[in-house]
Design a protein around this ligand. Structure first.
Ligand SMILES: [Zn+2]
Length: 393
């Protein structure tokens, strides 16, 4: 019995799975638990092998597997379970509403739409058992929107011998990661390294500032240098043909305790986008090296909470071309392209597995206050996935 992707999507949107993204006041709509249980039930009813793998306490990946005894190829389809928070939304986030050919709700676009397209195509393969189907593993990963713990754990299942024994203990031949790409194929993207930089000073009463050292003044000098560093990036590092140049941005600043105290600490948060070929760990040292000769005081680099991992197009071209044929047969001209944002595909690709990103919906509607997806695009995306899978051989 074929599963309708729109029916599936409505079910998924109605189950909150908000990533707390570092908040400690997480309310009832937070975490993936209910969606994880729903997915376990879905695969149970479908009659395929499935398992729940706890990644960190209370947060799990769900993995399901279909085997075609004649297949020599294994394809992994990944979609993340979590969504961004719902603050400031102008629609009911967890009441899916269909209007004017669109389905509204948190996650409709990023990426429960992509997940519904995958689940519908997968269940059709399971039902119809086309002779050309590969072995298929579906992974529904947790924590994509914050610290990507779900996909990092997933990749260990085939790359870390100590973790063998799961439904995916050998590397797949291809990973297709769902994100809203407007049915284009993202074959390369940048990654982000994020860390805090802190200046230190000496606190004193603001009536005698000469007795202290202002960490905020120091940060001011750091920021001028960082602006210069950001400006030079495009000249010092050759842009990637699909992803463009690396970039640098300071997004947050905090310092001081009161107006009548010379501040002894000031902290900024940095977002450094790395392009394929760059090392996401090295960029922190690169920034430190740039600052050192320009300053007469030390700055503190705090450990990054995410290390940039980009997606390179060096080994996924043939797979992307095959998928593109099916996209164009169903939906007309589309393209292979690079993206400025990061995805789970990069964490899979670092293990050597070719990875591409594909899905219905537009990145422009991801994370928005009235998130939606075009229903027709959802259906087309699922149809494309079915045809691609049925024809892998
Ligand atoms: Zn996403």
């Amino acid at each position: 019995m074929p599963v309708d992707p729109l029916t599936l999507l409505k079910e998924l949107v109605a189950i909150p799975s908000v990533n707390p993204m570092g908040r400690d006041d997480a309310g009832p709509e937070f975490y993936e638990t209910r969606l994880t249980e729903h997915l376990m039930g879905f695969f149970e009813r479908l009659g395929v092998e499935h398992e729940r793998i706890e990644v960190v306490p209370g947060r799990s990946n769900v993995i399901a597997r279909y085997d075609n005894p004649a297949a020599t190829t294994t394809i992994l389809l990944d979609a993340h379970q979590d969504t961004v928070p719902v603050d400031g939304m102008t629609i009911e986030p967890f009441t899916p509403v269909e209007r004017d050919g669109k389905l509204y709700g948190r996650g409709a676009c990023d990426v429960k739409g992509g997940m519904a397209a995958i689940l519908a195509a997968f269940s059709r393969i399971v039902d119809e058992k086309p002779s050309g189907a590969p072995n298929i593993v579906v992974s529904c990963t947790c924590d994509e929107e914050a610290t990507v713990q779900g996909v990092v754990d997933l990749a260990k299942l085939w790359s870390d011998p100590a973790r063998s024994g799961s439904l995916i203990s050998a590397p797949p031949d291809l990973a297709l990661v769902a994100e809203p790409t407007d049915l284009d194929i993202v074959v390369a993207h940048r990654g982000a390294t994020r860390w805090k930089l802190r200046t230190h000073g000496k606190a004193c009463h603001s009536s005698r500032p000469d007795e202290g050292v202002s960490a905020i003044y120091r940060m001011g000098r750091v920021l001028c240098c960082l602006e210069e560093y950001a400006d030079t990036l495009a000249e010092t590092i050759a842009p990637h043909p699909l992803c463009g140049p690396p970039t640098f941005s300071v997004g947050l600043i905090a310092g001081g305790i009161s107006v009548n105290t010379v501040p002894d600490e000031c902290t900024i948060e940095i977002d450094r986008r790395v392009i394929p070929g760059e090392d996401g760990t090295n960029v922190i040292e690169q920034v430190a090296d740039f600052l050192r000769p320009r300053l007469d005081f030390d700055v503190e680099m705090l450990p990054p909470w995410v290390i940039g991992c980009s997606l390179s197009d060096h080994n996924n071209g043939a797979w992307a071309d095959r998928l593109l044929e099916h996209i164009e047969a169903v939906a007309g001209p589309h393209q292979k392209l690079g993206a400025p944002y990061g995805t789970n595909a990069a964490r899979i690709a670092v293990t050597g597995v070719p990875a591409i990103v594909f899905g219905p919906g537009s990145i422009a509607q991801a994370h928005t206050k009235d998130e939606w997806i075009v229903v027709e695009e959802l259906r087309v995306g699922s149809e494309v996935l079915y045809r691609f899978l049925a024809d892998v051989g």
